[in-house]
Design a protein around this ligand. Structure first.
Ligand SMILES: NC(=O)c1ccc[n+]([C@@H]2O[C@H](COP(=O)([O-])OP(=O)(O)OC[C@H]3O[C@@H](n4cnc5c(N)ncnc54)[C@H](OP(=O)(O)O)[C@@H]3O)[C@@H](O)[C@H]2O)c1
Ligand SMILES: [Zn+2]
Ligand SMILES: [Zn+2]
Length: 338
């Protein structure tokens, strides 16, 4: 089968012929019909996220149909439409026991991170990780649910905005678009911050109450004005640069939660006094639980969250599409059709 393989930082992905996986006991092989390109892929290419495991097939937003079921799999059959949950925890640690497989220190697999992922014609996963897709969700809409929508749900649960609280979505990419919608669902007032009009236009259409163009306005001042001088109760940091984090701390209200989701290379600088006097809570958010993937699929099926697909592309176009993403030209997600 064909797969886009990662051979380490600084090298483009290479399209190669590799062996098609075979389903073992309790496993299914999925025929990948759609795989989203996440910004995290750029961190792999740049070495910002270096797990030291390669060659490997990237791609952790994976939708398709069951192609083969292994012995003992009773609830899935070839042809079933599914989306992959990309973590396989050890099942025994304190995190796995409470459903937080995303924090498992000894994961058995993590597709597109430490195990072969979805930028390929087929991928093998445990049957438990194959979540059924309702017929009203197309494969191209489905794939980005696997990381972008689930990450938004997970991060929002960390911040727990109360109805009426102000939530800033700092960075209107694929995760940001899902955050806008999920925060509206939980009753927050959403301020979307971006730098390009086409992305801010979609942010508005998806329900953002306010949008701020960081290329034209002073972001901190704008958030202060919108919030009547008090600042934002929640800031979702999707950029993770020195400057944006400094802004996030400045625009945060007393008692605010800053959720760090995006990252760049390099460290943040923060005056501890600002954290102390405002009683800020700085939270990290990584991945999602299986339950959050099930919730995400349901919300998309019910039309409560829309997935923004920039365009679909063949597997061969993966490197070009990664470069478009790097240049900021992608609005939402590009979805590969391997
Ligand atoms: N923690 C997790 O579990 C998790 C999960 C998924 C993704 N991530 C990370 O979260 C980040 C966002 O992911 P994504 O897939 O949504 O990426 P994305 O689609 O590329 O969106 C990021 C957006 O941020 C905007 N941006 C960049 N610099 C900005 C600035 N200074 N001010 C305002 N906006 C700015 C970019 O647009 P312009 O350049 O056009 O302004 C882009 O649209 C990435 O770092 C990704 O690796 C983390
Ligand atoms: Zn991702
Ligand atoms: Zn575990």
């Amino acid at each position: 089968m064909r797969a886009a393989r990662f051979h380490g930082p600084g090298k483009p992905l290479s399209i190669e012929e590799v062996e098609k996986p075979k389903a073992g006991p309790g496993e299914v092989v999925m025929r990948v019909r759609a795989a989203g390109i996440c910004h995290t892929e750029l961190h792999f290419l740049d070495g910002t996220l270096n797990l030291g495991i390669y060659p490997i097939t990237l791609g952790h937003e994976i939708a398709g149909v069951v192609d083969e079921v292994g012995p003992g799999v009773e609830d899935l059959r070839p042809g079933d439409r599914v989306i992959a949950y990309y973590y396989v925890g050890c099942g025994k640690c304190k995190y796995c026991l409470r459903g937080e497989e995303n924090l498992c220190p000894r994961p058995r697999a993590e597709y597109g991170f430490i195990s072969d992922g979805g930028f390929a014609e087929y991928v093998k996963i445990p049957a438990r990780n194959a979540v059924r897709l309702p017929d009203n969700i197309s494969f191209e809409e489905a794939a980005p649910i696997g990381c972008s929508v689930t990450t938004a749900i997970h991060a929002t649960k960390k911040a727990a905005p109360a109805p009426g609280e102000y939530a800033v979505v700092y960075g209107v990419g694929a995760v940001g678009f899902a955050l806008i919608q999920y925060n509206k669902l939980v009753g927050a007032k959403v301020i979307a911050v971006g730098r390009r009009e086409p992305k801010l236009k979609i942010a508005r259409e998806l329900g953002a109450d306010y949008v701020v163009n960081a290329a034209e306005e002073d972001v901190v001042k704008a958030v202060e004005e919108i919030t009547g001088g008090e600042g934002a109760d929640v800031v979702y940091e999707l950029v993770g640069a020195k400057e944006t984090f400094a802004n996030s701390v400045k625009m945060a209200a007393r008692g605010a939660r800053i959720v760090v989701i995006g990252y760049e290379r390099g460290a943040f600088e923060v005056n501890p006094l600002e954290i102390v006097v405002k009683e800020l809570r700085i939270l990290g958010s990584v991945g999602n639980t299986l339950a959050e993937l099930v919730e995400a699929v349901r919300l998309v099926a019910e039309g409560k969250i829309k997935v923004v697909v920039d365009r679909t592309a063949p597997l061969d176009a993966v490197n070009e599409e990664l470069e478009r993403l790097r240049r900021g030209e992608v609005v939402g997600r590009v979805v590969l059709r391997p």
